[in-house]
Design a protein. Structure first.
Length: 231
């Protein structure tokens, strides 16, 4: 459970009433991003407050009338999702850095250089992001910011989000070793067993993952995997 000192205050004003909850800042990001996380160990205290700093608690009876439930965690989720969050300067800096890393990772996995059809390294994306001075919103989802980021980056980098198709062939001996990697990377569109006992198929993956997947396949098959981009 997060400590009171490390928690942030999520506040919702609704119907003229104030509702506050002390919550782990990392959990705030997850809820704002629409993730279904368990809040039972994410609250500093299992109470809903009118004023958290004064310790002014709201009764379960009143909460039930307003939220139609006495479940503190469901009420807290709604407060976080709909409300505003008060954070210290240091907490906000940490949250911005965490969200920035998520954005860079997402773009490096899903985007390519359309001139070379190859991914941009994360370091290149981060450097460009710093150069354009994009202001990361710690409470806005990664997907919600990616298009804004790409628009800012395009004057510096040829870049676009793209799914690519990769034709893969591996000796049957290694099929079981590579199947998990293929499914984790994307979607297997078709597959077949060839006359020589090899498995081959077409996989659709985010453009930024092609180099990583090809390296994994070569490693798993001791260099015997064959891959080719499908035009």
């Amino acid at each position: 459970m997060v400590t009171v000192e490390d928690a942030v205050i999520a506040r919702l004003v609704q119907g003229g009433n104030h509702y506050e909850v002390l919550v782990d800042p990392a959990a705030v990001q997850a809820v704002k991003d629409g993730k279904d996380i368990d809040l039972r160990d994410k609250l500093a205290q299992d109470h809903i407050y009118k004023d958290a700093r004064k310790g002014d608690k709201i009764s379960e009876e009143f909460l039930e009338k307003q939220f139609h439930t006495r479940d503190i965690y469901e009420i807290a989720r709604e407060i976080i999702r709909k409300g505003e969050v008060q954070v210290t300067t240091e907490q906000r800096r940490q949250m911005v850095e965490a969200k920035k890393r998520q954005i860079v990772d997402y773009i490096s996995r899903h985007a390519i250089n359309p001139q070379t059809l190859t991914p941009h390294p994360p370091a290149r994306i981060e450097a460009a992001l710093n150069e354009v001075k994009y202001h990361v919103d710690p409470f806005r989802s990664v997907e919600g910011q990616v298009e804004d980021v790409l628009q800012r980056l395009r004057p510096l980098l040829p870049i676009r989000l793209e799914q690519v198709k990769l034709r893969v062939k591996v000796p049957g001996l290694y099929y079981g070793k590579v199947l998990g990697d293929l499914k984790a990377a994307g979607r297997i569109l078709n597959e077949e067993w060839t006359a020589d006992g090899s498995w081959q198929g077409t996989v659709e993956i985010p453009g930024g993952l092609q180099t990583d997947l090809q390296e994994k396949l070569r490693s798993r098959t001791k260099g015997q995997a064959e891959t080719a981009m499908v035009k």
